[in-house]
Design a protein around this ligand. Sequence first.
Ligand code: ARG
Length: 284
Amino acid sequence: MVIVKDERMSRMRTYLMCPPERFEVAYAINPWMDTSAPVDAELALKQWQLLRETLTGLGHTVHVLPAEDGLPDMVYAANGGFTVDGVAFGARFRYPQRAAEAAAHRAFYDQHGWPYVEPTEINEGEGDFAYLPDAYGGMILAGHGFRTESVAHSHAQEALGRPVISLQLVDPRFYHLDVALAALDDKTITYYPGAFSAGSQRVLAQLFPDALIADEADALAFGLNLVSDGRNVVFNAEATGLGGKLAAAGYTPVPVELSELKKGGGSVKCCVAELRLSPASPAR
Ligand code: ARG
């Protein structure tokens, strides 16, 4: 019998990124940020440019949101909103240092004619929300515990009309969902169980029995903070162990260096928001 490995299919994506032109570690709002450790601003920008070129090189479209003065974390564009079927669910940041980023993202969505849902509760966009269009007819996974308030999960469910599964994060090193869990394709996830409460681990195991299970080393290397198009998985080069697991599962690992942006507590996914248009919405 010949065993044929699953052929992984990529799907063209549209992303939003913001250059680290104002990036620095000026304050510490997560355990990775050390204000006394120097950041190489030039290298940060080079690494970011390479990430953008990697995504465009794979055929994806990348929109760029201009960096703004006084917002050093704006490079982590994933936190500025969460889009499903052409609707943008706006972000509301936990810490005042990042609060003004929400308006910059809103302006982008307004300019492009996206319906925008004003958030009433704290939520940090794709930092804490993931969408699996082909899991159970379209399912949202949402994290709470450090940043996003769980009441924002039910608000997102009402606004976006998709079931939202609330997951509790329990390890401060993995303060956002997107450093502990990622969508590898439209129905498959990878995650590090230790980042979640016991109950949430059981929920994930029940819903995603085929998930690729990552270990603590993968998560600590920011390997789970990845962007996948269904086939090509762009992830932090330091997560060498995860690279092997991805390849064994039939994905194409695409490692990128993001050492400088890791100093702010983020990697690939944090820098890349996915813009999900509905098939029914007008062409843009
Ligand atoms: N310094 C930023 C913060 O703590 C990093 C955000 C990382 N973004 C992410 N999507 N996990 O808010």
